[in-house]
Design a protein around this ligand. Structure first.
Ligand SMILES: [Zn+2]
Length: 217
């Protein structure tokens, strides 16, 4: 079921938030990296599930989307709609993904998926990256609510590149940190989440860092 598909496309009736025009928008609801490489590229370019209105306004549309990468047996489901929708999706997802051996993730937004896919392509573990973020933000003065997104890794220079947003989630600014902080975390295999852990996000990482610190004491 998960491997047979072409990009599953649906349509939704949406209203442009700028001019109010109602129109049909195409929604991609499933991407298989082997069968839909162009859809994956559009996702990374921020062009997927975007309504471009005649008035010029571009709007990111919220939609369920299943991303699968057969090469790494990786599955990630985008589930907008808050905690309740997320909990429901987790149940369904566990049933659908039963038997999958690679990582399985559940994320609330398409942007969160983009970051997961960048990490997958860079060969980095998302859980250790999320823990690295928490340590970085703590070092900035306990700014644990700030949005910090992975951008790229420069393995020759041993540097991770990030994008840091301000307290209001605006004004993205580039930031860099040494790769070895990540490497130290990722080699701590006891920090690795159990297979059933679907939501590897800030909340998960804050808890994981707390446990790591209390185990060290
Ligand atoms: Zn419009």
């Amino acid at each position: 079921m998960l491997t047979e598909d072409v990009a599953i496309i649906g349509t939704a009736r949406v209203r442009c938030p700028a001019c109010g025009l109602e129109q049909d928008a195409e929604l991609v609801q499933s991407i298989n990296t082997q069968k839909n490489p162009s859809a994956k590229q559009r996702l990374l370019d921020g062009e997927l599930n975007v309504l471009t209105c005649a008035c010029g306004k571009r709007t990111q549309l919220a939609a369920n989307l299943l991303f699968s990468d057969p090469a790494t047996d990786y599955l990630c489901q985008v589930c907008p709609g808050g905690d309740e929708a997320m909990a429901k999706a987790a149940e369904t997802f566990r049933a659908v993904a039963a038997g999958a051996r690679g990582p399985q993730r559940l994320v609330p937004t398409l942007n969160a998926l983009v970051e997961k896919v960048k990490l997958l392509d860079a060969g980095l573990e998302d859980w250790a990256i999320e823990m690295t973020k928490v340590l970085l933000l703590a070092s900035l003065g306990n700014e644990l609510d700030r949005v910090l997104l992975f951008d790229s890794v420069d393995r020759e220079a041993s540097v991770l590149h990030w994008v840091l947003f301000d307290e209001d989630g605006r004004r993205p600014a580039p930031m860099a940190s040494p790769l070895h902080a990540y490497t130290k975390l990722v080699t701590r295999t006891q920090g690795k989440p159990a297979p059933g852990e679907l939501q590897i996000d800030r909340a998960w990482a804050v808890q994981a860092v707390r446990e790591m610190i209390s185990n060290a004491n």
